[in-house]
Design a protein around this ligand. Structure first.
Ligand SMILES: Nc1ncnc2c1ncn2[C@@H]1O[C@H](COP(=O)(O)OP(=O)(O)OP(=O)(O)O)[C@@H](O)[C@H]1O
Length: 837
C-alpha cells in the first residue's frame, strides 16, 4: 500500500478521502462511548472518561461534517443533564451502594472477559489501527453496530430492571443479583473513582489496580463487610455484596428478623433507585432512539458514499490492473530486451573469443615470422661479413679494371679512327650502289623489252608448230574396280598398239586377219600427231605440252583446247581430272587456271595486271545450259552473240570473276554438281553433251601501256561413237544424232578453214557457232584425241584417229593477238613482221 501511495498520487487522494469516514466513525463510536459513560455517571458512578473518546468530538467539530457537530452538541447537553441527575442520585449512593448502570461502566473498564462486548468493541474501535483502504466501510459498520449493541445493552438492562420491579420475589433475586453486581461494581467504581481522584491529586495508584481491589477483597473479615441472613443471606451477600455478618443461630429469631428488616429496607431503597433509573433510562432510550435514527440516516449516507467509494475503488482497481498489465508488458519487454541483450552479449563474447583466437594465431604467426626474420637477420649478418670480404676483393679488382679501362679507351680511339676510314669507304660504296641501281633499272627495262620479244618469239614458235595441233592420249586399261563405265568394265583385252618413234609422235595399231587363202596376215594402222601420250603418261606430262598454249591466252590469244573421243576414252579425265582428284590427278582446266594465276602474279612485277572471268556451259541436244547457274533454272534460254570486236557472249549466262584459285576450285565443283544433277535426270548426260569452260583474261601494263585480251576455251566433247556401233534408239538415238551432227560440223568447219573456203559453216551447230572466234585465223587450237586401248573399241578408236588425222592435216593460218597496243609492235620490229606473215 505504501508503495501505491508513493507511486500513484490519485490513489493517495482516494485513500485520504476514504480515511475521512473512519474519523467520523471514530467520532460516532466516541459518541456512543460518551453516551454510555453518561449513563454510567447518571447511575452515580464516578467515571474517568478517557481522553481519547473526546478527541473525535473535537476532531469531528473540526471536520466539516455537520452531523457530527450536531451530535456533539446534543451529546454535551445530554451529558450535562445526566451529570445533574447523577449528582442527585449520587449523593445517597455515597452513603449506600453503587449505581444501576454500573455494568456498562464495568464493561468499559473490564478486561476482555467482560460479559458485554459493546464497549469492548468501542474501545477496540477507538484504539484500532487505521483500516486498509479497500475495507474502509467495515470499521464504520462496526461502529454503528457497536453503538447499537451499546444501546441494546442499555435497553436490556432497563428492561431487566423493569421486569425486576414488576416481578415478585423471584425477580427480586435476579434484580438483587443485578443490584449486587451493580453495588459491587459501584464499590469498585468508587474505589476507582477514589483512585482517579487520588491520581488527580498526584497519587501513584494505577487505574488497573481498581478491579483487583474490587474483585479481591481481603480473605479474612473486613470490618465494613456485613453478612445478611442465613443460607439465603449468603446469596444476597454474593449478589448485593452486603457486609458479612455472623450467622445467627436458629433460635435467634429476633436477630434474624432484624436482619431481614434491614435487608428489606435495603431492597426498598434499591427499588426506589431502580425506579428512578428506569425513568431516566426511558429518557435516555428516547434520546438514543433519535440518535439511532440520526445514525441510521448517517449510515445510509455513509453507505452511499461507500458505494461511491467502491465505484471509485473499482475504477482504481481497474486502473491498478491496467497499470499492472502495463507493468507486466513493460516487464515482458524488458525481459525480451534482456534476453536479446544476453544473446547479443553471448554473440559478442563468441566474436571476442574468435577474435582472441585469431589474434592468438596471428601472434603465433608473427612470432614465427619474427623467428624467421631473426634467422634471416643472422644470415644477412653473415652475408654482410662475406660481402665486406667480397667488397675488399672487388675494390682490388676494380683497380685492375680501371687499368683495363684505360687500355680499352685507347683501343676505342684506334677503332674510331678505323671507323672514320670505313665511313669514307661506305660513302664510296653508296655511290657505287646508286650507279648499280641505275644499271638495274636499265636492265629491268631491258627485261621488259625482252619479255615482249619472248612473247613474240613464243608465238612464232607456236605458229611454226602449227595453229591447229592434235595430241593423242591413250588411256590405260582399267581394273574393274577403277571404273563405273560398262564399256570399260566389259573387257580388259588390249589391242596391239605400238609407239614406234622416240619423239612420241607416232602410234601404230595392228590387227591380225586371215586372207582368202587362209594365211594369217597382220594389218598395221600407223598415225602421226603432234604428240602421242602413252597410257603411262601423267596429267603433268600432258599439261607440260599445253602450258605454252595457256601462256598464249595470257599473252592475248584465243586458245581452244578440245578433248575428242569415244565414250570412256578419258576425255573428262584429261580435261577435269577424276572426281575428288588430288594434286597429281587434277585435269587440264584447273591446271591451266593455276598457271594463269601464277603467271599473272609473276607478270605483276613487269607491270601487268590481269582480271579473269570464268563461265561454264553445257551443249546438250543443241541446247545451252548454264553449269554455274541454279540447277532448277531449266526453262532459261541462252543465246550466243558475237560482238563487233570479235567478242563472243552468251545471254543470261553466269560469269564468275576469279580472283583466287579457291574461287576457280569452287566454280569447278559447282559445275560438276550441276552435271551430276543433270546426269541423274537425263541418263548419263555427261557423255552425251559438250562442256565448254571459258576463261577470259584481260591484262593491262601500266609501264609499257600495253593491254591484252585472251580467251582460253577448254572443251570436253561428247562421246563420238557411231550410230551403227551404239545401237541407240529413241531419245538416245536423237542424242547420238545431235552429237554426231555437231562433231561432223566441227570437222566441216575445220576443213573449210583449212581449205580457205569463203564460207565456213559455223552456224551449223551450237558448238561451232560458240567457238567461231576460237577456231580459225585468230586462234590457236589443240585437239586431244582420246582413245581406248581395248580391242573391243578398236574400230571406234580407228575412227577417232582418222578424224584427228584430218584435223591435224589442216592449216588454219597465223594467229594474231587481239587488241594489242605494243610499243614493240608499233616500232615495226620482229612482232610486226610475224603479224604480217
Ligand atoms: N589416263 C588415264 N589414267 C587413268 N584412268 C583413266 C585415264 N583416262 C581415263 N581413265 C579412266 O577411264 C574411265 C573413263 O574415263 P572418262 O570418263 O574420262 O572417259 P570419257 O571419254 O570422258 O567418257 P564420257 O564421254 O562418257 O564422258 C574413267 O574411270 C577414268 O578414270
Amino acid at each position: 500500500m505504501e508503495n501505491n501511495e508513493t507511486k500513484n498520487p490519485e490513489l493517495n487522494r482516494s485513500i485520504s478521502k476514504l480515511r475521512q469516514p473512519t474519523t467520523f466513525a471514530r467520532s460516532a463510536s466516541s459518541t456512543a462511548i460518551s453516551a454510555a459513560v453518561a449513563v454510567a455517571k447518571a447511575a452515580g458512578e464516578q467515571v474517568d472518561i478517557p481522553s481519547e473518546p473526546k478527541r473525535p468530538l473535537s476532531s469531528s467539530t473540526n471536520n466539516n461534517h455537520g452531523t457530527s457537530t450536531v451530535l456533539g452538541v446534543k451529546r454535551e447537553a445530554e451529558q450535562r443533564a445526566i451529570n445533574k441527575r447523577a449528582k442527585v442520585v449520587h449523593e445517597p449512593e455515597k452513603k449506600t451502594v453503587g449505581a444501576p448502570s454500573r455494568p456498562l461502566v464495568t464493561t468499559t473498564r473490564a478486561p476482555p472477559a467482560t460479559r458485554t462486548g459493546a464497549t469492548v468493541s468501542t474501545r477496540s474501535t477507538a484504539t484500532a489501527p487505521k483500516p486498509p483502504v479497500g475495507r474502509v466501510n467495515r470499521p464504520t459498520t462496526t461502529t454503528v453496530s457497536t453503538t447499537r449493541s451499546s444501546v441494546a445493552a442499555q435497553r436490556s438492562t432497563n428492561m431487566t430492571s423493569t421486569a425486576q420491579r414488576r416481578a415478585g420475589t423471584p425477580a427480586t433475586t435476579s434484580s438483587a443479583r443485578t443490584t449486587t453486581t451493580s453495588s459491587r461494581t459501584v464499590t469498585s467504581s468508587r474505589t476507582t473513582s477514589t483512585s482517579s481522584r487520588a491520581s488527580s491529586r498526584g497519587s501513584s495508584v494505577q487505574p488497573q489496580s481498581a478491579p483487583e481491589t474490587a474483585s479481591a477483597p481481603p480473605s479474612g473479615s473486613t470490618p465494613s463487610s456485613t453478612t445478611i441472613g442465613g443460607a439465603s443471606g449468603g446469596d444476597l451477600d454474593t449478589v448485593f455484596e452486603l457486609p458479612k455478618k455472623k450467622k445467627r443461630p436458629a433460635w435467634d429469631t429476633k436477630g434474624r428478623l432484624e436482619d431481614m428488616e434491614e435487608l428489606t429496607s435495603i431492597m426498598r431503597q434499591h427499588l426506589q433507585t431502580s425506579n428512578s433509573n428506569q425513568s431516566e433510562m426511558k429518557n435516555m432510550l428516547a434520546s438514543s432512539e433519535s440518535k439511532i435514527a440520526e445514525l441510521e440516516t448517517f449510515r445510509k449516507s455513509l453507505e452511499s458514499k461507500v458505494q461511491v467509494k467502491e465505484t471509485e475503488n473499482q475504477d482504481i482497481l481497474r486502473k491498478m490492473q491496467n497499470v499492472e498489465h502495463d507493468l507486466q508488458l513493460t516487464a515482458r519487454r524488458h525481459e525480451d530486451e534482456i534476453r536479446s541483450l544476453k544473446s547479443q552479449h553471448s554473440m559478442e563474447v563468441e566474436q571476442l573469443k574468435m577474435t582472441q583466437a585469431r589474434l592468438k594465431e596471428e601472434t603465433e604467426r608473427i612470432e614465427a615470422k619474427l623467428k624467421a626474420t631473426n634467422l634471416q637477420l643472422e644470415q644477412q649478418q653473415m652475408d654482410n661479413v662475406q660481402l665486406r670480404a667480397t667488397i675488399s676483393t672487388q675494390s682490388s679488382n676494380c683497380l685492375a679494371l680501371e687499368s683495363d679501362n684505360r687500355a680499352l679507351k685507347m683501343k676505342i680511339e684506334r677503332t674510331e679512327n678505323t671507323l672514320a676510314q670505313r665511313e669514307a669507304t661506305i660513302e664510296d660504296l653508296e655511290k657505287q650502289l646508286a650507279a648499280s641501281q641505275a644499271t638495274v633499272q636499265d636492265l629491268e627495262q631491258k627485261i621488259r623489252n625482252e619479255e615482249t620479244i619472248r612473247r613474240r618469239l613464243h608465238n612464232t614458235i607456236q605458229e611454226l608448230k602449227g595453229n591447229i595441233r592434235v595430241f593423242c592420249r591413250v588411256r590405260p586399261i582399267l581394273s574393274p574396280s577403277d571404273t563405273t563405265s560398262p564399256t570399260s568394265k566389259a573387257e580388259t583385252t588390249s589391242a596391239v598398239i605400238r609407239y614406234p618413234d622416240q619423239e612420241g609422235r607416232e602410234i601404230e595399231f595392228s590387227q591380225a586377219s586371215e586372207t582368202i587363202t587362209g594365211t594369217q596376215v597382220s594389218k598395221t594402222y600407223p598415225f602421226t600427231f603432234d604428240k602421242v601420250f602413252q597410257p603411262a603418261s601423267t596429267q603433268e606430262d600432258v599439261f607440260e605440252e599445253i602450258s605454252q598454249l595457256v601462256q598464249s591466252a595470257l599473252d592475248g590469244y584465243n586458245v581452244c583446247i578440245f578433248a575428242y573421243g569415244q565414250t570412256g576414252s578419258g576425255k573428262t579425265f584429261t580435261m577435269e581430272g577424276p572426281p575428288n582428284a588430288g594434286d597429281k590427278d587434277i585435269g587440264m582446266i584447273p591446271r591451266s587456271v593455276m598457271q594463269v594465276y601464277e603467271n599473272a602474279k609473276r607478270l605483276e612485277d613487269k607491270g601487268w595486271k590481269y582480271t579473269m572471268e570464268g563461265q561454264y556451259v553445257e551443249i546438250y541436244n543443241e541446247t545451252i545450259n548454264d553449269l554455274l547457274g541454279n540447277p532448277g533454272d531449266t526453262g532459261k534460254k541462252y543465246e550466243i552473240r558475237h560482238g563487233p570486236s570479235g567478242k563472243t557472249t552468251i545471254t543470261d549466262i553466269t560469269t564468275t570473276v576469279l580472283t583466287t584459285p579457291a574461287k576457280v576450285e569452287a566454280l569447278l565443283k559447282k559445275a560438276a554438281q550441276n552435271r551430276a544433277f543433270a546426269s541423274t535426270n537425263m541418263n548419263e548426260r555427261s557423255s552425251r553433251s559438250h562442256c565448254v569452260f571459258t576463261l577470259r583474261l584481260s591484262g593491262t601494263n601500266s609501264i609499257t601501256d600495253e593491254s591484252s585480251e585472251g580467251i582460253l576455251n577448254l572443251i570436253d566433247l561428247a562421246g563420238s561413237e557411231r550410230l551403227s556401233q551404239s545401237g541407240a534408239t529413241g531419245d538416245r538415238l536423237r542424242e547420238t544424232q545431235a552429237i554426231n551432227k555437231s562433231l561432223s560440223c566441227l570437222g566441216d568447219v575445220i576443213q573449210a578453214i583449212s581449205n580457205k573456203d569463203s564460207h565456213v559453216p559455223y552456224r551449223n551447230s551450237k558448238l561451232t557457232y560458240l567457238l567461231q572466234h576460237s577456231l580459225g585465223g585468230n586462234s590457236k587450237t589443240l585437239m586431244f584425241v582420246n582413245i581406248s586401248p581395248l580391242l573391243s573399241n578398236f574400230n571406234e578408236t580407228l575412227c577417232s584417229l582418222r578424224f584427228a588425222t584430218k584435223v591435224n592435216a589442216c592449216t588454219i593460218g597465223t594467229a594474231t593477238k587481239r587488241a594489242v597496243k605494243s610499243s614493240a609492235a608499233s616500232n615495226g620490229t620482229l612482232g610486226s613482221s610475224i603479224s604480217s606473215s
